[in-house]
Design a protein around this ligand. Sequence first.
Ligand SMILES: Nc1ncnc2c1ncn2[C@@H]1O[C@H](COP(=O)(O)OP(=O)(O)O)[C@@H](O)[C@H]1O
Ligand SMILES: Cc1cn([C@H]2C[C@H](O)[C@@H](COP(=O)(O)O)O2)c(=O)[nH]c1=O
Ligand SMILES: [Zn+2]
Length: 290
Amino acid sequence: MFAVSRMKALFPLQISLPVAPAFPNAAAFFSAAPKFTLFFNFPAVIQFPASPSLRPIMGSSGPAYSRVQNRNFRPAGAAGDSTASYPSGEIHVIVGPMFAGKTTSLLRRVQSESENGRSVAVVKSDKDTRYGLDSIVTHDGLKLPCWSLPKLSMFRQSLGVDSYNQLDVIGIDEAQFFGDLYDFCREAADQDGKTVIVAGLDGDYMRRSFGAVLDIIPLADSVTKLTARCELCGKRAFFTLRKTDETKVELIAGADVYMPVCRQHYVSGQAVVEATRAVVEESSERVQIG
Ligand SMILES: Nc1ncnc2c1ncn2[C@@H]1O[C@H](COP(=O)(O)OP(=O)(O)O)[C@@H](O)[C@H]1O
Ligand SMILES: Cc1cn([C@H]2C[C@H](O)[C@@H](COP(=O)(O)O)O2)c(=O)[nH]c1=O
Ligand SMILES: [Zn+2]
């Protein structure tokens, strides 16, 4: 399993061990069947300082971990170096259906950045209340403390301007729920020199673009599309099937309502859901008339 004990050492106050993981063999599952498609080569460019010295910054709704200063700003260079003092931010986007390991991947990357001495903070939408507001939690129970906010534009103020300035890396989970994702990511990377790691659903249950996740692809250094396992046949799953007849786009839920599926089972499953909805609507119309 990925280093829960190391996570505990890193985040001693908040990390808790996974309880009754839904997929106990997740690590074996992940390593035996690598499930991601790299659209672009993921650049091994994150530069890590040699000696990490983390200190937690506690805020009203969540912690950040910080070093002394944001190293993303290049020091003034030699004369003629036109890049001197421009921020060297980055944006990395992780997409895929539910259960594909997006949160797990985000958590790993943030953990790795932190272990390498960079100051990190993670934010998720406060719409997702599934596991409480103070942490992001994977479907198999790994946890990381985070900020829960309605808008990314509140992040700087919530953290405190000084703490924000010291941050190197910002992780964003459930990115599909943030309407101001584009402006936040652009400013954080271009103006403030942050490395921004974004995880979210590229498509909703109808396989339509979800929120602003796809809008930030033109801003991104890298885009990774993860896949899950089709719950009906075990093949690679690219889509999320909603098992109920609820039609609103945003519906916070887990495996009770959604399942990852391959193309074939998306098409057949969606046909069943739609046929069922038609029958239910028809019979409720009959009841109203009668
Ligand atoms: N059908 C499935 N395919 C793959 N993983 C699944 C499935 N159902 C549950 N899981 C679990 O979900 C974990 C991924 O959780 P998570 O990182 O929270 O995914 P995401 O953020 O993409 O929804 C996997 O490690 C696995 O244990
Ligand atoms: C497909 C789909 C999903 N959602 C919700 C359901 C969950 O609360 C999140 C996704 O969580 P995960 O970390 O990716 O597993 O999004 C939704 O509101 N609408 C949809 O169409
Ligand atoms: Zn299938």
